[in-house]
Design a protein around this ligand. Structure first.
Ligand code: ADP
Length: 264
C-alpha cells in the first residue's frame, strides 16, 4: 500500500531530519514509529502526506509517487489518507457528528458547507462511523464537551467517514490519560485487523507500541535504525533506537501484550 524509498529531508539551517529512510507498509498493519524526541517521527509522517516537501526519495502510495506528483494527483491520493494529531483538530463548537462529516467536506458543494446542509445519506454514514468508534450516544454533543479520549475517537470517525485507507497518527495518545490512550490504540488496532486499514502511528511510550502494534519502525537522528515485527523486539533493539534501554520494560509489556496476528 505504501512504499517509502530513500526519503530525505533537511530543514533550512538544520542538520538532516530524515536520512535515506526506506520501508514498505502492507494493508491491515498497525505500525508504530518510535524514536527519541527530535528523531524525525513527525517529519516522516508530514512528508508522507506532503505537508512538507521532501528533498529526495519516493513515496509510492497506491501507485502514485507523492513526492513528485501533481497537485491534482496529490488531492486524489489524500482522499484515501487521514491524519490524526495529538490535539485532535476538531472544530470545538461543532457537534461530534458535524466534525465527523468534515471528513467528506471536499465532496460537498460550497453553498451546502456554508449552510451546514448535509445529504441524508451522509448523516446516516456519519452516525454509522460514530457507532464504529462507540460514540453514537454523543453524536449531537459539541466537541468541546467531550473528553479527550472521545474527541480523539471522533477524529478517527472522521477518518472513517472520509473512507481513508491509511491513517497517519502523530502521537495520537500523548495528551490522553492511560485508560483513554489504551482505548484509542485498541480501536486503531482493531480497525487494522478487522477492516484492513493501515495505521502508521508515532508513539513515545514504548510499552504501548509493544502492546498494540504489529511492527515497529525505529528512528534515530533521522535514520531508520529498526524495522522489525513487534514480537521480535528485545531490549537490544531498543538500545539501537534510544541508547540504553531497560530490559524490564520489554518484559512487562510482553506480559500485558494482547493477542496479535501470527503473520508479519
Ligand atoms: P520527532 O517527531 O521525532 O520529535 P521531528 O520530526 O519533530 O522529530 O524533528 C526532527 C528534527 O527536525 C529536529 O531536529 C527538529 O528540530 C527539526 N525540525 C522539525 N520541524 C522543523 C521545522 N519546521 N523547521 C526546522 N526544523 C525542524
Amino acid at each position: 500500500m505504501l512504499y517509502v524509498e530513500h526519503l530525505s529531508k533537511t530543514y533550512a539551517g538544520e542538520r538532516e531530519s530524515l536520512r535515506d529512510v526506506s520501508f514498505r507498509l502492507a494493508r491491515g498493519q498497525f505500525v508504530a514509529v518510535l524514536g527519541p524526541s527530535g528523531a524525525g517521527k513527525s517529519t516522516l509522517l508530514r512528508a508522507i502526506v506532503r505537508q512538507i516537501q521532501p528533498d529526495g526519495g519516493r513515496i509510492n502510495f497506491q501507485g502514485i509517487d507523492l513526492a513528485t506528483c501533481s497537485t491534482r494527483e496529490l488531492q486524489q491520493a489524500r482522499a484515501h489518507m487521514a491524519t490524526i494529531a495529538q490535539q485532535f483538530n476538531l472544530v470545538r463548537r461543532r457537534t461530534a457528528l458535524e466534525n465527523c462529516l468534515a471528513g467528506r467536506l471536499q465532496d460537498l458543494p460550497f453553498w451546502r458547507c456554508c449552510l451546514n446542509r448535509f445529504p441524508d445519506e451522509w448523516l446516516r454514514a456519519g452516525l454509522l462511523a460514530l457507532g464504529r468508534v462507540q460514540l453514537q450516544d454523543v453524536a449531537f454533543q459539541r466537541a468541546d464537551r467531550l473528553s479527550g479520549g472521545q474527541q480523539q475517537r471522533v477524529a478517527i470517525a472522521r477518518a472513517l467517514m472520509q473512507r481513508a485507507r491509511l491513517i497517519l497518527a502523530d502521537e495520537p495518545v500523548a495528551s490522553l490519560d492511560p485508560a483513554s490512550a489504551r482505548r484509542v490504540l485498541e480501536l486503531l488496532r482493531s480497525l487494522c485487523h478487522r477492516e484492513g486499514l493501515t495505521v502508521l502511528c508515532s508513539l513515545h511510550q514504548v510499552e504501548l507500541a509493544l502492546t498494540y502494534s504489529d511492527r515497529i519502525l525505529g528512528l534515530r537522528d533521522g535514520q531508520l535504525v529498526v524495522d522489525c515485527p513487534t514480537r521480535e523486539f528485545v531490549p537490544e533493539i531498543g538500545d539501537r533506537i534510544y541508547g540504553t534501554f531497560p530490559a524490564l520494560e520489554v518484559a512487562t509489556s510482553r506480559n500485558n501484550a494482547v493477542a496479535r496476528p501470527s503473520e508479519f
